[in-house]
Design a protein around this ligand. Structure first.
Ligand SMILES: [Zn+2]
Length: 438
């Protein structure tokens, strides 16, 4: 059955040349990228039983690059079963994606940027996206931790249904816990004010969101020896997660666990959706001068950057969305941006304390690029309610540091140093009961 036919107005160039085709399979979504020179005119439709997505590229001839798409498919791709490519008629190239399940596709184009020419992007999202909190719960093997989490999730759900307001104005006989009230009344004389007992201190798990920078179409900085920032920071982040998970009462989640791109505000939303207590974005710097080196830690700034170098780094990191490829017309990114503009002084103050603690420990395993935490307008640090830092572990553009960044032992040292810094921060600043922001 034909579900939809969406023609998109674009002027076809006489000759569209394909440069490369890439596939980025991940549980969250599978991305297909066709990189080309010139504009593409296309239409697409979905067919069910079984699910297929058909894309017609108009005024086009099938070439050898485009043909390679079929061989780029990974057998473990969560969404795509098979890809077929053919010359449908004299002027149309047809791509057929046989799907493993029902999907929510998004198609968009990206203008040339950085090393890339034009990109035609097809994202296959699951019809029902996985809930990050549930995923985290399933991974909590300790039953006590699970119970704690479940009650926390329930409290969160309750505060949301109450619009985030306390039930103070509710008449006693309408209060949710009738039985509890009766017991309380029986024990006290009429007209005697009910003594307020302090709420039992519930020891809760501390959740650390670890954000491996870049991924997928966005390689991040690339070292002279061909090392990609996205790969080393993922390796360090996984080691950091293991270190945090080993600490009692603490556990970590990764904003990406594979080689795929995650938009900057999605990274922040993921941390918020699991009520993270901290957000640590892991990167590896690059600079024009190969001699630049050392570790640095950044936090958000409300007014301007603390140095031109910090501003330069922030601009470079903020370009991640342009390079990685975000569907700007897609879903609720506008709403997310408004929320993320509510940056608070309190968040920045806590982030500075966290940054100091982490920088102190990094100084034991690597030289420091700057002796103190720097500030600039990093988009990924904009969670208004979560202390957030961005760690530039080392300079990938410095040949000696590039070699060290590739070394699993040094990755482990960096991970342990960051984890110790986080533990130090919590020792001095124990987490408080949270008040939901929205
Ligand atoms: Zn980076």
């Amino acid at each position: 059955m034909l579900l939809k036919l969406i023609p998109v107005g674009a002027f076809a160039a006489d000759l569209v040349k394909f440069v490369d085709v890439r596939l980025w399979p991940a549980d969250e979504y599978t991305r297909v990228t066709l990189e080309h020179a010139g504009a593409i005119k296309y239409k697409y439709f979905l067919i069910e039983n079984p699910w297929r997505m058909v894309i017609d590229l108009l005024d086009m001839r099938l070439d050898s690059t485009l043909k390679e798409l079929t061989s780029r498919l990974h057998p473990d791709d969560p969404y795509v079963q098979q890809i077929r490519v053919g010359q449908y008629d004299t002027n149309t190239v047809r791509l057929v994606f046989d799907l493993k399940t029902e999907v929510k596709p998004e198609i968009f184009t990206i203008d040339p940027i950085a090393e890339y020419k034009n990109r035609f992007v097809v994202d296959f999202y699951p019809k029902k996206p996985a809930d990050p909190l549930l995923t985290l719960l399933q991974k909590s093997e300790d039953p006590a931790a699970r119970n704690d989490e479940i009650s926390r999730a329930l409290r969160l759900a309750e505060s949301e249904t109450n619009g985030g307001l306390k039930m103070e104005g509710v008449a006693p006989d309408k209060a949710p816990s009738k039985a509890a009230n009766k017991t309380e009344v029986a024990k006290t004389q009429p007209n005697t004010p009910v003594e307020k007992k302090p709420a039992p201190q519930m020891k809760r798990m501390i959740t650390v969101a670890i954000d491996p920078g870049h991924g997928g179409e966005d390689p991040g900085a690339v070292g002279k020896g061909g090392t990609y920032e996205k790969n080393v920071v993922l390796a360090i982040s996984k080691k950091l997660k293991a270190e945090i998970d080993k600490m009692p009462g603490m556990r970590a989640m990764l904003t990406r666990n594979g080689d795929f791109f995650v938009p900057l505000n999605t990274r922040v939303q993921k941390a918020r959706s699991v009520s993270a207590d901290l957000f640590v974005s892991v990167h590896a710097d690059a600079f024009i001068r190969p001699t630049a080196g050392g570790s640095s830690v950044y936090v958000l700034s409300e007014r301007g950057a603390t140095s031109t170098a910090a501003k330069w780094i922030a601009n470079k990191e903020n370009a991640s969305d342009l390079i990685g490829g975000v569907n700007i017309k897609g879903t609720d990114s506008q709403l997310a941006r408004v929320l993320l503009d509510l940056s608070t002084t309190a968040q920045i103050n806590d982030s500075l304390k966290l940054g100091d603690a982490v920088l102190g420990k990094l100084g034991k395993v690597n030289r420091l690029h700057k002796p103190r935490v720097e500030q600039a307008g990093f988009a990924v640090l904009r969670a208004p309610d979560i202390p957030s830092i961005l760690v530039e572990t080392a300079f990938i553009s410095n040949p000696a540091e590039e070699t060290k960044l590739r070394d699993p032992d040094h990755q482990q040292e960096l991970a342990e140093a960051i984890a110790k810094g986080i533990a130090n921060y919590f020792a001095k600043n124990p987490p408080v009961a949270r008040t939901p922001l929205t």
